[in-house]
Design a protein around this ligand. Structure first.
Ligand SMILES: Nc1nc2c(ncn2[C@@H]2O[C@H](COP(=O)(O)OP(=O)(O)OP(=O)(O)O)[C@@H](O)[C@H]2O)c(=O)[nH]1
Ligand SMILES: C[S@@+](CC[C@H](N)C(=O)[O-])C[C@H]1O[C@@H](n2cnc3c(N)ncnc32)[C@H](O)[C@@H]1O
Ligand code: SF4
Ligand code: SF4
Length: 342
C-alpha cells in the first residue's frame, strides 16, 4: 500500500464519474471542482469506462481496497453497471447518489457488484428539500431509498448536510432512521471552503452534544476519526448503558462527518480522488494539486498515482495553519504544485 509523507496509507479511491447533475443543490462542492453542469451537457471530456477500469486496476496493484463512485450525479452515466461489473476483485464498491435514478436501476447495480449506497436527503419536508436541492424530486428520492433497500443495499446511509435552514429537521431525521432497520444517517458538516457562505453552517459541537445525550453507545471510526452514535435498539433489561445489549440490527446509527478545521480528521484521511476528466487529486479541498493522468496508459496512471500520494498533505494542520485564530495557507505550499496542463 502506498503511504504518504505523513504516514497515511492510501486505502480508498473516490472516482467522480461525471460533473453533470440533475439537481442544483445550493451548497454543492462537486467534489472540489466548482459548479456541476446540466444533465444533458456534452460528455466528451468524461473518462470512458475503459479509463476508469484501467485506473482501478492500478489502484488495486497498490492494494487500494475500496472505491466510491460519486460526481456530479454518478447515475447519469448509462455505463455505470458496466463500470461496477468491471471493478477488480478485492475492492469494496460503493456509490454516493442523489437517489433519483435508483428506482428501476438498483437491482442491476447490485447484480453488477455494488455493495453499498449513500443517498443524499437534506430534509424530510418536501418544501425545504426543494429549496435546498433546487429540484422537486423529493418523492422520487424516497422511492430511490426504498429501491436501494429492496435491492439489498442495506445499510443505506442518508447524507444530510447540516445547514441553518434545515437543522431543525435533525431530530425527525434521527427518528426516521432509528425506526427503520436498514437505514443510517450521516450528518455532514457544511463545508464552506470551496463554496463560501460560512454563515450557513451550524455549530457541529452542539450537534455532537445533542446526539451524545440521546445515544446508547458512541464509537469512533478509524477513518477520519469520525464519531458514530447508536440510538435505540436496546434489548434485555434496558438501554445498553444500563447493562442491556445493544442490537445493531434495530438501533439507529448516526455518523457525524465534521472535517472543517479538524486536524484529526485530516490526519486520518486515507483517500485519493479522481476527477471526471482523469486527474488525480490528493485532497478534496484543494484545486492546486490536480495531476493529469494524460492519455491514461497504465504506466502514466501508475506514475501519477505515486506522485499524488508522495505529495499528499493533511489539509488542516499542515497545508492550512492557524494564525491568530484564522486558517491560512502555509507559505511553503504557496507555489508547491503547478497547475497541470490538460
Ligand atoms: N473534507 C473532507 N470531507 C469529506 C471526506 N470524505 C467525505 N467527506 C464529506 O462527507 C461527504 C459525504 O461523503 P460520501 O461520499 O457519502 O462518503 P463517505 O461518508 O465519506 O464514505 P463511506 O462512509 O465510506 O460511505 C462528502 O461529500 C464530504 O462533504 C474527506 O476526505 N475530506
Ligand atoms: C457532491 S455529491 C455527489 C454525489 C451525488 N450527486 C449526491 O448528491 O449524493 C456528494 C456528497 O457531497 C455532499 N456535499 C456537497 N457539497 C457539500 C458541502 N459544501 N458541504 C458538505 N457536504 C457537501 C452532498 O450532500 C453529497 O452527499
Ligand atoms: S445532487 Fe450531488 S452533485 Fe448534484 S448538486 Fe446536489 S450535491 Fe451536487
Ligand atoms: S486532507 Fe482533510 S480536507 Fe483533505 S481530503 Fe483529507 S480529510 Fe478532507
Amino acid at each position: 500500500m502506498l503511504v504518504d509523507a505523513f504516514d497515511r496509507e492510501v486505502s480508498g479511491v473516490r472516482v467522480s464519474l461525471t460533473d453533470r447533475c440533475n439537481f442544483d443543490c445550493v451548497y454543492c462542492h462537486n467534489e472540489g471542482l466548482g459548479d456541476t453542469r446540466g444533465p444533458m451537457a456534452p460528455r466528451d471530456h468524461e473518462m470512458t469506462a475503459d479509463d476508469v477500469v484501467r485506473f482501478l486496476d492500478v489502484a488495486r496493484e497498490f492494494d487500494v481496497d475500496a472505491v466510491k463512485f460519486t460526481g456530479g450525479e454518478p447515475m447519469l452515466r448509462e455505463d455505470l453497471a458496466e463500470i461496477v461489473r468491471r471493478v477488480p476483485d478485492g475492492m469494496e464498491v460503493s456509490m454516493t447518489t442523489n437517489g433519483t435514478f435508483l428506482p428501476g436501476r438498483a437491482p442491476e447495480l447490485v447484480d453488477a457488484g455494488l455493495e453499498r449506497v449513500n443517498v443524499s436527503l437534506d430534509a424530510l419536508d418536501p418544501e425545504q428539500f426543494a429549496a435546498v436541492t433546487q429540484s422537486g424530486a423529493f418523492d422520487r428520492v424516497l422511492e430511490g431509498v426504498e429501491a436501494a433497500l429492496d435491492a439489498g443495499l442495506d445499510p443505506v446511509k442518508l447524507n444530510m448536510v447540516l445547514l441553518r435552514e434545515t437543522a431543525a429537521q435533525v431530530p425527525e431525521m434521527v427518528d426516521f432512521v432509528a425506526d427503520r432497520p436498514g437505514l443510517r444517517l450521516q450528518l455532514l458538516q457544511y463545508m464552506p471552503e470551496l463554496t463560501g457562505n460560512p454563515e450557513w453552517a451550524v455549530d457541529v459541537d452542539d450537534v455532537h452534544e445533542w446526539l451524545a445525550e440521546r445515544a446508547d453507545r458512541v464509537e469512533t471510526r478509524e477513518m477520519h476519526g469520525r464519531r458514530r452514535y447508536w440510538i435505540g435498539g436496546g434489548s434485555g433489561d434496558g438501554p445498553a448503558d444500563d447493562g442491556g445489549e445493544l442490537d445493531d440490527e434495530t438501533a439507529g446509527m448516526v455518523e457525524v462527518v465534521d472535517p472543517v478545521g479538524n486536524e484529526d480528521f485530516c490526519a486520518n484521511c486515507h483517500r485519493v480522488r479522481v476527477t471526471h476528466d482523469g486527474k488525480l487529486k490528493g485532497c478534496l479541498n484543494r484545486t492546486d494539486d490536480l495531476r493529469s493522468m494524460g492519455e491514461m496508459t497504465t504506466e502514466e496512471i501508475r506514475e501519477t498515482f505515486r506522485e499524488t500520494v508522495a505529495n499528499r498533505v493533511p489539509y488542516y494542520g499542515e497545508y492550512m495553519v492557524e494564525e491568530d485564530g484564522e486558517w491560512v495557507v502555509d507559505e511553503k505550499y504557496l507555489d508547491a504544485v503547478p497547475e497541470p496542463s490538460d
